[in-house]
Design a protein around this ligand. Structure first.
Ligand SMILES: *[C@@H]1O[C@H](CO)[C@@H](O)[C@H](O)[C@H]1NC(C)=O
Length: 332
């Protein structure tokens, strides 16, 4: 029996690896970073989005509560879902907004951890390469920002996706805004490579948990609504690869939608500063588990078999919490 299995298994493996090699001989890999988990393999982190307003619109209050929750949960890192600097990103690597909106705002000891950032549409309105520059890491060693990248952290793989170039209107109807598309053109080649890279990285992942992070919404009852381009081009990849959650900003609210079809959690943490009160569309009540139109942030604590997720308001009050469990036998 064992020898038959081996016999059947070996050619399959061989074919698969040869196939992968031939199919993508020159595929540029996404940057891959490693973030150690805790000794017991668990990890915890905060998620904040749409924040850089020099402390205004309650950014400072949110930062203070992040510091307190970060200490209580002994967080390992922070994720930013983009729109890091309003209104128009950074003007360059020496823009004082880096200090005024980041370094001098998130000062709590518990927040002196790695920050993993993606870019939002507002970041693309400045010197986009400034936020990607290693110079910022010299100014503040917490800062990590790539357009798209993979973060391996023990039991969790995170896939950070640059969503702004997917959105047509920034190209076709930018109005008075100017976008810095350096590094993104020609657009179609950039997008098809990006989507292919994300798909193949997800397929290769053996992590128990898979989270995808991007700035733009896929499913939301908020102001911007679903991002059509992401629904059409990114969502099928996420579904095919059985991810646990898609985490985004862009809508200035805190929101949880559990997709009844795929079971994917769509989590919006875009309450880092200015919030949009009362700006909500109709959504299936079965799926919409939380919609909060004020400021705040989200935390996650993860072990092999469970993820505890909490949304907080600007005073640190718990707005919504739940646990996702995974059967150990099916987790891998
Ligand atoms: C700050 O948060 C409080 C509590 O949610 C809210 O009442 C107030 O309007 C917020 N301030 C701003 C400028 O958004």
């Amino acid at each position: 029996m064992a020898s038959i299995r081996q016999h059947m298994f070996f050619p399959v493996l061989l074919t698969a690896s040869v196939f992968c090699f031939c199919a993508n001989p020159s595929l540029a890999e996404l940057p891959r970073l490693k973030q150690p988990a805790k000794a017991d393999n668990s990890l915890s982190f905060l998620v904040v989005g749409d924040w850089g307003r020099k402390g205004e619109y309650n950014q400072t209050l949110v930062a203070k509560q992040m510091g307190i929750v970060g200490k209580n949960l002994d967080i390992d890192f922070v994720i930013s879902t983009g729109d890091n600097f309003y209104e128009d990103g950074l003007k360059g690597v020496d823009d004082p907004a880096f200090y005024e909106s980041f370094v001098d705002i998130y000062t709590a000891p518990s927040l002196q951890k790695q920050w993993y950032n993606v870019l939002g549409n507002h970041d693309y309105r400045g010197d986009v390469e400034a936020q990607l520059s290693p110079v910022l890491k010299v100014k503040d060693s917490r800062w990590i920002c790539f357009r798209s990248f993979i973060l391996n952290s023990g039991i969790v793989d995170f896939f950070f996706v640059d969503t702004t170039p997917l959105v047509d209107k920034y190209f076709t109807d930018p109005g008075d805004d100017t976008y810095d598309w350096k590094g993104v053109l020609p657009r179609q080649a950039y997008l098809s490579e990006l989507l292919e890279d994300v798909d193949s990285a997800l397929k290769q992942s053996k992590a128990k948990w898979k989270f995808v992070v991007g700035h733009h919404t896929i499913k939301t009852a908020g102001h911007h609504g679903n991002t059509l381009e992401l629904e059409e081009q990114l969502l099928p990849i996420l579904k095919a690869n059985d991810i646990d959650a898609y985490i985004n900003g862009h809508d200035h609210c805190l929101e949880r939608i559990t997709d009844s079809e795929s079971g994917i959690e769509f989590l919006t943490s875009g309450g880092g500063s200015k919030a949009w009160r009362g700006d909500i569309k109709r959504w299936n009540k079965e799926e919409l588990k939380l919609y909060y139109d004020g400021q705040g942030f989200m935390s996650m604590q993860i072990t092999e078999t469970r993820a505890d997720v909490i949304f907080y308001d600007v005073y640190g009050n718990v707005l919504h919490k739940w646990t996702i469990t995974k059967d150990l036998s099916t987790a891998a």
